[in-house]
Design a binder for this molecule. Structure first.
Ligand code: PBG
Length: 345
């Protein structure tokens, strides 16, 4: 036995014969046997496509640090949602890019029934009812300082007061028609409070995909450009609520708590640099597990591809395969539409 595997050798069979006894390359020789032993496949059904949504009727606005990604109006969102659904992608997630006027200390814009997020959810559900619509539950689009929660006088992001607002935000998303709410704020106890509120208000089918293991990562840079948070954050970090990239036990505690509080699905974020967390989570909890292939990861692949240093399609598909192999049931990626298109071609 070597590392739990039985290894055959020549002497075992009394053969003096050719070396080596084990030839794994036999199975790799032809397409048919490679096909037969492939462990993972990529399908459009396991992808979640994010969109940045803006007010107005104007043209889509490119995001400079994410070539190929645009901020889209509600009208444009609806047409993109139709196309992506036709390509087989089961769910989209919406990120509103709010005007500065919508940002207040109490973050009341988060639960405005006529807010941008709420109108966008409604428009997509009207146009493409079978497409899953997921939302981001966090206060960063509505806070003047770009943090995911309410701030006290000392600059600390307060937990319980923030949770009160997150509950209202999640309810307003559910009322607007959201199928899945995604708390990405990392406050303690928010999943339980959101679940109780959804149940008691009759939203018994609303799923919670909790960003349980969300790290304080520098890979979010382009996203913050896209939503205009780079300036409002002004160099501040989120280390008092997001996870330390050095830790993995802490992520397991977060996931356990969120599941106990009523999460249906869990997310690891960022993605590729955190595949060890995905693997550990899937093994330990055996629940629907997703990874967020974040903006910085997209930017890296895109930039290298545009420079001609990497073959985009191949590296993107290999990246998706890595997520599957690690244990992801699905992947939230800015490449979702492209991948679904490539698979259909
Ligand atoms: C904020 C939020 C962030 C992302 C998704 N939701 C940024 C942050 O936590 O500062 C980042 C996603 C990405 O980089 O693609 N609630």
């Amino acid at each position: 036995m070597i590392g739990g595997f039985t290894v055959t050798n020549n002497t075992q069979f009394g053969i003096r014969g050719p070396f080596p006894a084990s030839r794994p390359r036999r199975m790799r020789r032809d397409v048919f046997s490679r096909d037969l032993m492939r462990e993972c496949e990529i399908s459009s059904k396991l992808l979640i496509q994010p969109y940045f949504v803006i007010e107005g009727e104007g043209p889509d606005v490119p995001v400079p640090s994410m070539p190929g990604v645009h901020r889209v109006t509600v009208k444009s969102l609806v047409s993109k949602a139709k196309k992506v659904f036709e390509l087989g992608v089961p769910m989209i997630v919406l990120f509103p890019v709010t005007d500065d006027a919508a940002k207040t200390d109490d973050c009341a814009g988060a639960y405005d029934p006529n807010g941008l997020a709420q109108r966008a959810i409604n428009a997509v559900k009207q146009a493409v009812p079978e497409l899953g619509v997921m939302t981001d539950v966090a206060l960063d689009p509505y806070s003047p300082h770009g943090h995911d929660g309410l701030m006290d006088e000392g600059g600390y992001i307060v937990n319980d007061e923030t949770v009160e607002v997150l509950v209202k935000q999640a309810l307003s998303h559910a009322k607007a028609g959201a199928d899945v709410v995604g708390p990405s704020d990392m406050m303690d106890g928010r999943v339980g409070r959101i679940r109780v509120a959804l149940e008691s208000e009759g939203h018994i089918h609303t799923r919670i995909l909790s960003y349980s293991a969300k790290y304080a990562s520098a890979f979010y840079g382009p996203f913050r450009d896209a939503v205009g948070a780079t300036d409002t954050l002004a160099g501040a970090d989120k280390f008092t609520y997001q996870l330390d990239p050095a830790n993995s036990d802490e992520a397991m505690h977060e996931i356990a708590a969120d599941l106990q509080e009523g999460a249906d699905m869990i997310m690891v974020k960022p993605g590729l640099p955190y595949l060890d967390i995905v693997r550990r989570a899937k093994q330990q909890f055996a629940v629907p597990t997703y990874a967020y292939h974040v903006s910085g990861e997209y930017a890296m692949l895109k930039a290298a591809s545009q420079a001609g240093w990497l073959e985009e399609k191949k590296v993107v598909m290999e990246t998706m395969m890595a997520f599957r192999r690690a244990g992801c049931d699905g992947v939230l990626t800015y490449y979702a539409h492209d991948i679904a298109q490539w698979l259909n071609d």
